[in-house]
Design a protein around this ligand. Structure first.
Ligand code: ZN
Length: 119
């Protein structure tokens, strides 16, 4: 890792703490004194996005046959996975990666689900 300011690689960790299942480290560049924070996040949880893709494949033929309701079925699947990950305390960022959505998109969806009483 290098200092984002001076590009030197002599860094020390000032402090570190766990926030949900991420690890935040306050770092200081020994060369120029610049301080910055790094956040370690677990790799995307295997399986969620694959489950979603599998569901898409199942729904593809429904979509191509012109039947209604595939979009709703898709959303339902995505919501199920989102709710599961939410209750497993997986960070929003990781949920977003798994569902191939933006962080903001996940936040908005969670707000909607809460309002609908599903979360
Ligand atoms: Zn520096």
């Amino acid at each position: 890792m290098i200092c984002p300011k001076c590009k030197e690689s002599h860094l020390r960790t000032v402090n570190s703490r766990n926030v949900k299942d991420t690890k935040r480290r306050r770092r200081e560049c020994v060369s120029c004194g610049h301080r910055f924070t790094t956040i370690e996040v677990e790799e995307p949880v295997a399986g969620y996005y694959e489950t979603l893709l599998q569901r898409v494949r199942e729904l593809e033929h429904v979509f191509s046959s012109g039947k209604q309701g595939w979009a709703g079925a898709w959303q339902e699947t995505e919501d199920k996975l989102l709710i599961k990950m939410y209750y497993e305390n997986i960070p929003y960022k990781v949920i977003a990666t798994n569902l191939n959505r933006t962080y903001k998109g996940i936040e908005m969806r969670i707000i909607k689900l809460r309002k609908a009483g599903k979360l």
